[in-house]
Ligand binder design. Structure first.
Ligand code: KIV
Length: 259
């Protein structure tokens, strides 16, 4: 088994698993110093391309961003989010996942869904492609983005999905916007780590979109915490640069080439 995956599995019930998304090299390099797992999420569709839904994200877009992220991620586990319509059946999933692994050199792929995708997960795992699951809100297919686990039937279905995914061989599962108590139950009933986003402190780890954490996006979701307002910092720097260019204070002699 991949050593980085082993390390993540060992953290269950011991210490929290720290995860973030990255879409390009320079940010990825910073995150690599802090994270156990870096996800090239298809959230890049809305974050970078203003797409209405992740349905519009293509395999080519994801591969290009992942190649860049790979240049920055050396220590952390790098996970590639398989986009919508690239894993509709086991044959299609295997063909695309093999291409992704070859072109991006990522360590694993992530797929959204429960019971329906079990044969697909089994096919990839059988072919030695590590898979991360994703249940709760499924941005690729859900129509309503409200938190999951309100009703007993939904709770049972999600809990069952996580058990099926575990049995199919996923090494970890993202829980997106799952009710606090259900997150706790899932996390205690499966042996693999759960990674939460909007799913309370009851998960084995946490993931956020990096642009939300640094204040580069305009997302207002309840589960986001902005740790720094990088937009403010960039604005301040660019304003100063503009002033110095206009006032001929930059570039100075030391920034120029003189004989
Ligand atoms: O696409 C993404 O960034 C994700 C995370 C939010 C888990 O799937």
């Amino acid at each position: 088994m991949n050593k980085k995956i082993e390390k993540i599995l060992k953290k269950k019930n011991k210490s929290k698993i720290v995860c973030l998304t990255a879409y390009s090299k320079n940010i990825a390099k910073i995150l690599d110093g802090h994270c156990d797992l870096v996800l090239v999420g298809d959230s890049l569709g809305s974050v970078l391309y203003n797409l209405k839904s992740t349905k519009e994200v293509t395999l080519d877009i994801m591969i290009n961003h992942s190649k860049s992220v790979r240049l920055g991620v050396k220590k952390a586990l790098m996970v590639f989010d398989m986009p919508y319509n690239t894993y509709r059946n086991p044959t299609e999933a295997l063909k695309n996942a093999k291409l992704v692994m070859k072109k991006t050199k990522c360590d694993a792929v992530k797929l959204e869904g429960g019971k329906k995708i079990i044969p697909i997960v089994q096919k990839l795992v059988k072919n030695k492609i590590p898979v991360m699951g994703h249940v709760g809100i499924l941005p690729q297919t859900d129509k309503k983005f409200t938190f999951k686990g309100k009703k007993l039937r939904e709770k049972r279905r999600i809990l069952n999905d996580t058990k099926l995914l575990e049995n199919a061989g996923v090494f970890s599962i993202v829980l997106e916007c799952i009710e606090t108590n259900l997150s706790k139950i899932i996390t205690s009933r499966i042996k693999i780590p759960t990674i939460g986003i909007g799913s309370s402190v009851n998960c084995d780890g946490q993931v956020l979109v990096i642009d939300d954490l640094i204040g580069l996006s305009e997302s207002k979701f309840r589960f986001i915490k902005k740790y720094v307002d990088i937009t403010k910092i960039i604005n301040r720097a660019v304003k100063k640069y503009k002033f110095e260019v206009i006032k001929k204070q930059f570039p100075k002699r030391k920034h120029s080439f003189n004989n």
